[in-house]
Design a protein around this ligand. Structure first.
Ligand code: UT7
Length: 324
C-alpha cells in the first residue's frame, strides 16, 4: 500500500506588521477588546502589489528545501486560496510558473478557511492512488484585499500569509485520514458582498471588489459545535483516542474557538499550536503556517501524531489526522 507523508513544511509572512494599536487609528476598537475576544495581538499585511502567489512562492520553496526536493521533482500543485491573484489562470498555475515547473497538474481549491484541509485531502488521494508521488500543497491568502477596512467586526480579524507542505509517496504511514464537509445552506453567514458606498470609506476600497461580511456570533457558535463534533468523529473513525494525539494544529480564527476544541478533546493548551496571536486569521494559510512554526521551533518531531481541523465560509469544515 502507498502511504502519503508530509516530508517538508515552509511558510512566509509579508514584512509589514499591523498591531491592534494600529487598528485603533482606523476603526472604533481597542487593543483590549481584540485580545480578549479573539486572542489576536498583531497580523501581517501584504505590501502593495504583493499578490497571493508572491507569498506562496517562498513558502513553497522553503517546504521543498525542508523535504530535500527541487521544483522539477514536483508532480502535483494544489493551492488553497480565497484570494487568487486573478480569476484565472489559477494561483497554482502562477505559482507553477514562478517555480519553473512544467507539465504537472496545478489547480486551486476554494474552501475558504478549510481550504488547506481540503487540499491536503485531495493530495492524499492522488498519492495513495499512485497518480502523484511528490505533491506541493499550499495555503496562501491576501485577505487584506477583501477586508472592508471600515468594518470593525471583520477588519481586526483577517490577515495575509502562506504556508506549504510537500506530500510524498512513502512506505511509512503519514496521513492517517482526512474528513471534509460542506453545507451551502449557511452561505449568507460568512460571505463576500459588494460594499455599500454610504457606509464605507471609498479610499480604502479597491474598485469593484466584494468584501468579507460575517455574522460573527452565529459563525462562532457553529464553529465551536461543528469542530467539537468532527474531531470526535475523526478520532473514532481512526480507532484512536485523543490521548494519542501529540499536537492539535487548529485553524487560527479565534483563541476561544481553539480552547473550546482542545477542551472537547481533553487536551491541555500546551499541546495545541497557537499562532492566532501573531498571525490573525489567515484563512487557508493558517493551518500550514502554524504547522511550519511548530516544526521549525522543534515542538513537532518526526513520528508525532497531529490532528488539524478547520471551519470556514460555505460553511466548510474538515480535519486531518496524520503522523508527521
Ligand atoms: O475563520 C472562519 C471562521 N470565522 C470564525 O470562526 C470567527 C467566529 N466569530 C468570532 O470569532 C467572534 O464572533 C468575533 C471575534 C467576530 C466577535 O466576538 P463576539 O464575542 O462574538 O462579539 P459580538 O459579535 O457578539 O459583539 C460583541 C460587541 C458588540 O457590541 P454590542 O452590540 O454588544 O454593543 C460589537 O459591536 O462587541 C462589539 N464589537 C467590537 N468592539 C470593539 C465588534 N467588533 C468589535 C471591535 N472592537 N473590533
Amino acid at each position: 500500500m502507498i502511504h502519503a507523508r508530509i516530508t517538508g513544511t515552509g511558510s512566509y509572512l509579508p514584512e509589514r506588521v499591523m498591531t491592534n494599536h494600529d487598528l485603533e487609528q482606523i476603526v472604533d476598537t481597542s487593543d483590549s477588546w481584540i485580545r480578549e475576544r479573539t486572542g489576536i495581538e498583531q497580523r501581517h499585511i501584504a505590501a502593495e502589489g504583493q499578490l497571493t502567489s508572491d507569498l506562496a512562492e517562498p513558502a513553497a520553496r522553503r517546504a521543498l528545501a525542508a523535504a530535500g526536493r527541487v521544483p522539477e521533482e514536483v508532480d502535483l500543485i494544489i493551492v488553497a486560496t480565497t484570494t487568487p491573484d486573478r480569476t484565472f489562470p489559477s494561483t497554482a498555475c502562477l505559482l507553477q510558473q514562478k517555480l519553473g515547473i512544467h507539465g504537472s497538474p496545478a489547480f486551486d481549491v476554494q474552501a475558504v478557511c478549510t481550504g488547506f484541509v481540503y487540499a491536503l485531502s485531495v493530495a492524499d488521494k492522488f498519492i495513495k492512488t499512485g497518480a502523484a508521488r511528490c505533491a506541493l500543497v499550499v495555503g496562501a491568502e491576501t485577505l487584506s484585499r477583501i477586508v472592508n477596512w471600515s468594518d470593525r467586526n471583520t477588519c481586526v480579524l483577517f490577515a495575509d500569509g502562506a504556508g506549504a507542505v510537500v506530500v510524498e509517496a512513502s512506505d511509512e504511514p503519514g496521513i492517517i485520514r482526512t474528513d471534509i464537509h460542506a453545507d451551502g445552506s449557511y452561505e449568507s453567514l460568512l460571505t463576500t458582498v459588494k460594499p455599500d458606498p454610504e457606509t464605507t470609506d471609498p479610499e480604502r476600497l479597491a474598485d469593484g471588489t466584494a468584501f468579507i461580511e460575517m455574522r460573527g456570533n452565529e459563525v462562532f457558535r457553529m464553529a465551536v459545535n461543528t469542530l467539537g463534533r468532527i474531531v470526535d468523529q475523526t478520532m473514532e473513525a481512526a480507532g484512536m483516542s485523543p490521548d494519542e494525539i501529540d499536537w492539535l494544529v487548529p485553524h487560527q480564527a479565534n483563541i476561544r474557538i481553539i480552547q473550546a476544541t482542545a477542551r472537547k478533546l481533553g487536551m491541555s493548551m500546551d499541546r495545541v499550536v497557537v499562532t492566532v496571536d501573531r498571525h490573525g486569521n489567515t484563512s487557508a494559510a493558517s493551518v500550514p503556517l502554524a504547522l511550519d512554526a511548530a516544526v521549525r521551533d522543534g515542538r513537532i518531531k518526526r513520528g508525532d501524531v497531529i490532528l488539524t481541523e478547520a471551519f470556514g465560509g460555505g460553511f466548510t469544515w474538515g480535519s486531518a489526522l496524520l503522523r508527521y
